[in-house]
Ligand binder design. Structure first.
Ligand SMILES: [Zn+2]
Length: 144
């Protein structure tokens, strides 16, 4: 566990047995943001507070990505081992839509409106041998 490091700090609670997405919320108008922002995109004020965005949502839209992700989102895959992956927007309880990699990577497993759950996945090793982890969403039913 201790050798696992988030690819980007501050996007989700880690280490955690039940990680959640971390963002911010405008104390004036209630607008949520992910990743967290210093000023509100709705009212432009700078009265933002950290907000736990939870780990559940519904699939708002999705696509299948069939080319390898670019730095810094690359993995240990090579062009020979690369498999297409799903990308989508997940609508959280707050109404905020978050762009995320999806575990499911075939159209027959993805349906707009399906319940989704956050999971933390290993991406690759860094230069010191630590496992870099990032978040993705998967079908809430498959996670069990
Ligand atoms: Zn606001």
């Amino acid at each position: 566990m201790s050798s696992e490091k988030p690819l980007h700090e501050g996007l989700f609670s880690w280490p955690s047995a039940s990680p959640t997405l971390l963002g911010s919320r405008c104390m004036d108008c209630g607008e949520h943001a992910f990743p967290s922002q210093d000023s509100c995109r709705a009212c432009s004020r700078q009265n933002m507070a950290p907000a736990d965005l939870g780990s559940e949502g519904t699939l708002w839209t999705w696509t299948i990505q069939s080319f390898m992700p670019k730095t810094p989102y690359h993995t240990d895959e090579t062009p020979e081992t690369f498999a297409p992956y799903g990308v989508g927007y997940v609508e959280l309880a707050s109404g905020l839509k978050v762009e995320s990699r999806l575990r499911e990577n075939t159209p027959d497993k993805l349906q707009i409106g399906m319940p989704m759950k956050l999971e933390i996945i290993p991406m690759r090793k860094d230069d010191n041998g630590a496992d870099l982890v990032t978040f993705q969403f998967c079908s809430a039913e498959e996670l069990g």
